[in-house]
Ligand binder design. Structure first.
Ligand SMILES: Cc1cc2nc3c(=O)[nH]c(=O)nc-3n(C[C@H](O)[C@H](O)[C@H](O)COP(=O)(O)O)c2cc1C
Ligand code: SF4
Ligand code: SF4
Length: 311
């Protein structure tokens, strides 16, 4: 059977022709439409969406670095924040993982739910398992939404991490570093701290930047709905009653309210196949078959291979 990667490569070529008419609007510049509200940051919010902790780890380091620079920082999962809890900020940083070549829809919807940012400096970062996809473009998607809300773009970065797309574990070993540790690690956090420093100086200098999505062949694969294709090769997604302890973690992690451990049901029509349930269940109670093999959850994978994060 054709592998997911080779299928996508073929799709990219066919998609090139089909997608050409839609390109100009997707690849316009992302830039400030209003002046920057302030050149001094007193209060900031660093918010992230994180299914398996990579984006959270980087977000925490970023928030700590801002705090060390005497900035009052609110930080955490975006689901715990709303319009009111990020009022009167002088900087907003949003982080997300790359899922299916882009940032999750949930993150875009959160930004769309905010009121106008009226010149607040904004920055984005993504974590990614790579090498597939365009991490720069994914981070641009966050900035694009923030700029539409009249945020002033000051920074964008991306940090390689261990992949939580557990289906690739059989045939790809490239998520470990040479030292056999997993990312993000010490070096990643150094990069995160440097990024925080860059954001601070950009705001101090009052310099906003213009970003533009780059056009790569890989980009075309997104026109084919990679999540849809992954789901197509998936079946038997359900909760194993006998194993479930009712901890509720799967429900908490599900961005589409598709799983209900009280009734042991999964709505596979609304499920977007983010793997949040299987990756976070500590009791192997989520069954998902992908190409006739049971999907191993992220936490189980780490345990099985005796892997842990340095920090
Ligand atoms: C459903 C799913 C799709 C993914 N798609 C991509 C992708 O297209 N490109 C990529 O580089 N990494 C991909 N990844 C890997 C994640 O981006 C990476 O592991 C990220 O650091 C996870 O962040 P988190 O731990 O904060 O959730 C995917 C992971 C999942 C679960
Ligand atoms: S995370 Fe696992 S054990 Fe917890 S409620 Fe969901 S299925 Fe049950
Ligand atoms: S049920 Fe589907 S959408 Fe919800 S966490 Fe699981 S994989 Fe993601």
């Amino acid at each position: 059977m054709e592998s997911r990667r080779s299928f996508l490569k073929k799709s990219v070529l066919i998609g090139t022709a089909a997608a050409l008419p839609t390109l100009p609007s997707c690849y316009s510049s992302i830039q400030a439409t209003v002046p920057m509200k302030t050149k001094s940051i007193n209060k900031a919010a660093v918010l992230w969406y994180s299914q398996t902790g990579n984006t959270m780890r980087c977000g925490k380091v970023l928030a700590e670095t801002l705090e060390k620079n005497k900035i009052d920082v609110s930080s955490g999962e975006i689901r715990d924040f709303n319009e009111n809890s990020i009022k009167n900020i002088d900087l907003l940083v949003i982080g997300a993982p790359v899922f299916y070549y882009d940032v999750p829809e949930y993150v875009k919807k959160f930004i769309q739910s905010l009121q106008d940012l009226e010149g607040v400096p904004v920055a984005a970062y993504v974590t990614f398992g790579g090498p597939e996809g365009n991490q720069y473009n994914a981070a641009c998607s966050i900035l694009e939404e923030l700029a539409l809300k009249k945020g002033v773009p000051v920074g964008l970065s991306f940090f390689q991490s261990i992949s939580s797309f557990t289906m690739i574990y059989d045939d790809e070993k490239n998520f470990k570093t040479k030292e056999n540790t997993i990312l993000p690690d010490r070096k990643t956090y150094k990069k995160v701290r440097e990024y925080a420093g860059t954001i601070i100086s950009e705001v101090k200098n009052g310099s906003s930047s213009t970003f533009k999505k780059s056009l790569t062949l890989r980009e075309f694969s997104t026109f084919f709905g990679p999540a849809w294709w992954t789901k197509k090769f998936t079946d038997n997604h359900y909760i194993i009653k006998e194993k479930c302890v009712g901890c509720g973690k799967c429900r908490e992690k599900c961005p589409t309210k598709s799983i209900d451990p009280d009734s042991f049901t999964v709505n596979t029509d609304t499920c977007i196949f983010c793997l949040g349930c299987v990756n976070n269940c500590d009791y192997q109670a989520i069954n998902i078959m992908y190409r006739d093999k049971r999907v191993v959850g992220f936490n189980d994978y780490l345990k099985k291979n005796n892997l842990s994060f340095e920090y």
